[in-house]
Design a binder for this molecule. Structure first.
Ligand SMILES: [Mg+2]
Length: 185
């Protein structure tokens, strides 16, 4: 692997465990006790019989805490530190811009190295604009877009994206596997 590549990395459920902190505050508000092991759908508001607006109200109230308290996924930071020694790293998240400060502070606190942080729901267009080489993400929606456009993606394996496959889609169960896949690109 001699070539410098531009690696684009999602944050929630790719770099860190977003599900646990989302459940914590959704459980608090609802009085339910939904556990991480139960979650097989991408949108957790289904488990609370909420609408997306109900969830957004909770996210609006507790989003700062959710993002601040999330913990890194196993080996994520070590592997990203290694990748950053050779490659360009952009983080790309659909988190709203108002969470930029808490996101940057989290990155600094956990010693996550990167070149740029882009906050957008339009990841496909943003990826093309910055000439990304590979997207690392867990989202079934972005996976479908990348499959359609035959773009390279490492899909972090979750029950909610298990049905998706494509020529340029590499599935990884953890960050050691992600590192190995990038080493072979
Ligand atoms: Mg994600």
């Amino acid at each position: 692997m001699l070539e410098i590549i531009h690696i684009v990395i999602d944050i929630d459920n790719t770099l860190l465990d977003g599900t646990t902190t989302h459940l914590k505050y959704c459980n608090l508000v609802s009085g339910k006790q939904i556990k991480k092991e139960q979650v097989t759908q991408f949108y957790i508001y289904h488990y609370y019989d909420w609408t997306i607006d109900d969830f957004n109200a909770v996210y609006d109230q507790y989003g700062m805490q959710m993002h601040d308290e999330s913990l890194p996924l196993e080996d994520a930071i070590e592997m990203i530190q290694l990748l950053k020694q050779k490659h360009t790293i952009t983080f790309m998240t659909a988190r709203p811009e108002k969470y930029r400060a808490v996101t940057e502070a989290w990155m600094q606190r956990h010693q996550v190295p990167y070149d740029e942080l882009i906050m957008t729901e339009g990841k496909l267009d943003a990826f093309l604009a910055i000439q990304g080489d590979v997207l690392i993400d867990d989202s079934p929606m972005y996976a479908e877009q990348f499959i359609k456009h035959e773009l390279s993606m490492i899909l972090v394996d979750y029950p909610y994206n298990g049905h998706l496959e494509g020529k340029h889609i590499h599935r990884a169960k953890n960050w050691k596997e992600i590192y190995d896949i990038i080493s072979q690109i």
